[in-house]
Design a protein around this ligand. Structure first.
Ligand code: MN
Length: 419
């Protein structure tokens, strides 16, 4: 029989006992600490830690759960992550009386998600954004350079990326202030300054680094997953007019440094294991340092919903899948460190916009409206070339099991007018 919890979990919940994602929550009274989602509840790991449930060699005599970030836990590595999951699956199981039959203890351990504030899961020291969806790169390249030269010559040889800005990574629910900057119309003689007129979202996923590597020591691709804790949803907010004027020759800068939103719950590689798929075929075959044994991706359904200020519920405008990425997370990590660049616990490595082959799988307005040429018409008759003030963009994602979902929750943000 499938693993089941004594906590009531509906079949369409993102957080059954098969998932157990980690996050930082703050109860109405008390400090932020580490929690794990189950159904509509949060399990307070700091309480279970105080009771001695994590007193085992994997934790190296450290207490890691009464902290306002996952970083100390991330640094412990997979043995501690697996042990925690094992302890929780046991304690939350319908078969285990410890919590199930002890109302007083349940009162200390569980919080309703609606009564807690979610914080960033980690202190993110460094953030890198890849560009790993073939269809996204091809569509954007076609707009800029035509279909013949859509992909740069390096694109199929290495996972292209830029170093992003970690300080402006925010948790879901944080409002997004429309940025101002320099833009230049193609026929204008000089640039002008003002609020962006082409604010966009990018549907992405990102992974959090666990143990780092020492400076000068590349991570071999077959060890890459030792350093990967889990995945979150991400929205890489982008100002396309600022980007178009600034991006050559060093890539995006101010067009993307004003805000990047992530979902609060980190879904572990262990929870994603049943949804593992072979990585899509690559042609040409990459250089040896990017070749992994049994390289993999995950079957994660992803969608983006837009809710304008006059709509009651969001309308889905992107439907895509994590499998649309050409480069794997192992390849991204191996490439990032091949110079000896040191990753650190809590670093965030993002996929880039995840677009597929079909029009509905395009992961940003730039592609959906073909750079503003074809406005989207929404069900209520409103049109959008780009995001407008008061719009809320929400990305959700989940893996579909036989009778359960392993979900990521959501990452959402509302656009505020320029300051
Ligand atoms: Mn991006």
């Amino acid at each position: 029989m499938a693993l089941r919890s004594f906590v009531e979990v509906s079949p369409d919940s993102y957080f059954p006992i098969q998932n157990l994602p980690f996050g930082i929550f703050q109860p109405k009274q008390g400090k932020p600490r580490v929690g794990v989602a189950i159904g509509d509840l949060i399990t307070d790991l700091s309480v279970l830690e105080e009771l001695g449930h994590f007193r085992s060699p994997e934790f190296r005599d450290q207490k890691v759960f009464l902290e306002d970030s996952l970083n100390t836990f991330l640094a412990l590595g997979r043995p501690a992550w697996r042990k925690t999951r094992e302890v929780l699956q046991h304690l939350l199981s319908a078969e285990t009386p410890t919590l199930r039959d002890n109302a007083r203890l349940r009162g200390k351990v569980f919080y309703a998600q609606k009564d807690a504030a979610m914080k960033l899961p980690a202190r993110i020291g460094n953030y890198t954004d890849f560009y790993s969806s073939y269809h996204h790169a091809h569509n954007v390249g076609t707009m800029l350079r035509g279909p013949e030269n859509a992909l740069m010559p390096n694109w199929k040889w290495l996972p292209v990326a830029y170093h992003g800005r970690a300080s402006s990574v925010v948790v879901s629910g944080t409002d997004v202030r429309r940025p101002s900057g320099q833009t230049k119309a193609p026929d204008a003689a000089a640039p002008t300054f003002g609020p962006t007129k082409s604010l966009d979202y990018e549907l992405e996923m990102a992974f959090l680094i666990g143990p780092g590597n020492s400076l000068g020591q590349p991570v071999p691709i077959n060890r890459a997953t030792d350093h990967i804790f889990g995945l979150v949803l991400m929205n890489d907010w982008s100002a396309r007019d600022i980007q178009a004027w600034e991006y050559q020759p060093l890539g995006p800068f101010l067009s993307k440094n004003f805000c990047t939103s992530i979902s609060p719950w980190v879904v572990t590689l262990e929870a994603l294991e049943p949804f593992r798929k072979p990585r899509p075929q690559q042609d040409p075959e990459p250089l040896p340092y990017l070749r992994a044994k049994n390289d993999f991706t995950f079957d994660i359904y992803l969608e983006a919903g837009l809710q304008t200020s006059s709509m009651g519920t969001p309308q889905v405008i992107t439907r895509t899948n994590f499998q649309n990425l050409y480069w794997s997370i192992a390849q991204q990590l191996a490439h990032h460190t091949i110079t000896g660049c040191n990753l650190e616990p809590g670093d965030l490595l993002a996929s880039g916009t995840i677009s597929g082959e079909t029009e509905e799988s395009r992961g940003c307005m730039l592609e959906l409206t073909w750079r503003g040429a074809n406005a989207l018409t929404l069900a209520n008759g409103e049109t959008r070339k780009w995001l407008e003030d008061g719009d809320t963009l929400t990305i959700t994602g989940w893996c579909q099991g036989d009778d359960y979902r392993v979900g990521f929750g959501e990452v959402s943000g509302c656009i505020l007018p320029a300051g």
